[in-house]
Write a protein that binds this ligand. Structure first.
Ligand SMILES: Cc1cc2nc3c(=O)[nH]c(=O)nc-3n(C[C@H](O)[C@H](O)[C@H](O)COP(=O)(O)O)c2cc1C
Length: 260
């Protein structure tokens, strides 16, 4: 089984490509409800976790999923991690490995794929140019084939981009992001908003309601926003901003992303 989380569609696309090549079903973790979420695994199965890299760690929603997961019938079936990053992943693998270890589940392999960047919320960060975006999407398919081969042949390979200063990025920056940055919600809709509700339907964390003035979207500040930026990137009117930082920046979503 392939479990994935996605904001702007990259990880969903990767999960679906792997699902086709490896003949494994896939499901979004946002559909895995129940506390705990119980998954019955068969003897010959394997588990793949596909997540975007957020601040050099796994998307917080993927961590929450792992913590809430109970696998019935687990008997050392292999578990793999596939990270979708814009550039590099730091110790995302080690963070996931530590979460699995709490459940006595080893991580048998980890991989990364560079996909178009969707991070905008700090100065100096923007979406990729169209040329870089195209080349990342073209290369991604070859990378997915290699990852699928490695998984099929039980090879541990070096198909993972850690990048520089992983300790600083993943052990210092990621915890601050996960604990504090995520809670600072500065999203708002501009006058271009048509109140179509797409942001409400695409938010994987259910943080948005159309309860503002004349049905405008409102972000629940106490909610569990993962800062995946789906709302901002997918808005067809480009009506969603985050403070002033996103005003002159681009927007991105995977070309095959299904708009709800
Ligand atoms: C909050 C946030 C933090 C990010 N941090 C990183 C990062 O540390 N390293 C990186 O290479 N890409 C980073 N990115 C880019 C995403 O990992 C990348 O674009 C990914 O493919 C998005 O996947 P998705 O479309 O499934 O959401 C970040 C994106 C967001 C929204």
């Amino acid at each position: 089984m392939i479990f994935y989380f996605t904001g702007t569609g990259n990880s969903a696309w990767v999960a679906k490509r792997l699902s086709t090549i490896l003949n494994e079903p896939c499901i979004s973790v946002t559909e895995c409800t129940g506390s705990p979420y119980v998954y019955n695994i068969s003897d010959q199965e394997r588990i793949l976790l596909v997540t975007p890299v957020h601040s050099w760690g796994p998307a917080v929603r993927m961590v929450q999923f792992i913590r809430n997961l109970k696998i019935n019938g687990y008997n050392n079936q292999p578990v793999y991690l596939i990270c979708c990053c814009g550039d590099d992943c730091g110790y995302t693998n080690r963070i996931v490995e530590a979460e699995l270890k709490k459940k006595d589940i080893p991580l048998n392999g980890y991989f990364s794929i560079q996909m178009p960047n969707n991070y905008l919320l700090l100065p100096g960060f923007d979406v990729d140019s169209k040329t870089v975006e195209r080349s990342k999407l073209d290369n991604a398919d070859r990378r997915i084939q290699k990852i699928a081969e490695a998984i099929t042949n039980h090879h541990t390979t070096a198909l993972y981009t850690q990048g520089s200063l992983p300790y600083l990025k993943s052990r210092l920056v990621y915890p601050i992001f996960a604990r504090y940055f995520r809670k600072r919600i500065s999203f708002y809709a501009t006058e271009a908003c048509t109140k179509c509700g797409l942001c409400v339907r695409t938010c994987p964390s259910g943080c948005i309601t159309l309860t503002g003035e004349e049905g405008a979207p409102v972000w629940d500040k106490k909610g569990e926003c993962t800062q995946c930026l789906a709302c901002l990137h997918l808005c067809p009117q480009r009506a969603i901003e985050y403070g002033n930082i996103t005003k002159r920046k681009g927007r991105y979503h995977h070309p095959d992303y299904f708009k709800k």
